[in-house]
Design a protein around this ligand. Structure first.
Ligand SMILES: [Zn+2]
Length: 218
């Protein structure tokens, strides 16, 4: 099956359907937004990696936040990359108000804006970030590569999918739409080379030919 067709859309308003995720086709508009528009933003989440100084950082987690209200196309609010290694604090990597991060929204800006905002991330968030996304009241949360794929490819992850966090969040005052596996055929290659020396580097990067050097892409 063409992975582009595997857009899994789950609305927490319909908890009974959460376990049987809806498979939406690429021609469908979800929340008034076309697949083409969503693909554009997911590709930008991939290119956000270049903020780190390389198109192929080891922690290849890129995110963009978009306001889709008022138009299908949407408007970019901010973009960022995983900064665990810089801050040394894993709890900071999804905090939009972090003064050391790329988002740097004020607390009041963040609070007011979340209900209009869609968060695109090229890989499924860890349970901590998924909970932060849900607490924040984002209108939509869209990810590419799944936690299951990350684990299959050697990444250490906590095995709690975002849909479980969303499904358990029904007491919160806001609702949020979760769309998974969007454009995973394009996001997966950013996460498949780190633990597999025979997997090709992402576009624009190469492995060292020196067998004694780090096998990382750079
Ligand atoms: Zn996280």
């Amino acid at each position: 099956m063409n992975i582009k067709l595997q857009i899994t859309a789950i609305c927490v308003a319909f908890l009974s359907t959460v376990s049987a995720a809806t498979l939406a086709k690429s021609e469908l508009m979800i929340n008034g937004v076309s697949f083409e528009s969503r693909a554009h933003w997911m590709r930008l989440a991939n290119s956000a990696l270049e903020i780190s100084g390389s198109p192929c950082p080891f922690a290849a987690f890129g995110t963009v936040i978009v306001n889709h209200t008022g138009s299908d196309t949407g408007k970019l609010i901010c973009m960022g990359v995983n900064e665990n290694s810089k801050t040394g604090n894993p709890s900071l990597h999804a905090i939009l108000t972090d003064p050391m991060g790329h988002f740097q929204l004020t607390p009041s800006e963040a609070q007011a804006a979340f209900n209009d905002l869609s968060l695109y991330t090229n890989a499924e968030s860890c349970p901590m970030c998924a909970a932060a996304i849900r607490w924040s009241g984002f209108r939509e949360y869209i990810y590419g590569t799944s936690i299951d794929t990350l684990i299959e490819e050697g990444w250490g992850q906590i095995r709690v999918p975002s849909v479980d966090i969303f499904a358990a969040s029904y007491d919160l005052p806001t609702q949020s739409r979760l769309i998974g596996n969007l454009l995973a055929n394009e996001t997966d290659p950013f996460f498949l080379w780190q633990y597999n020396p025979s997997y090709p580097c992402p576009h624009g990067c190469m492995r060292s030919k020196d067998l004694h050097a780090s096998p990382s892409c750079s």
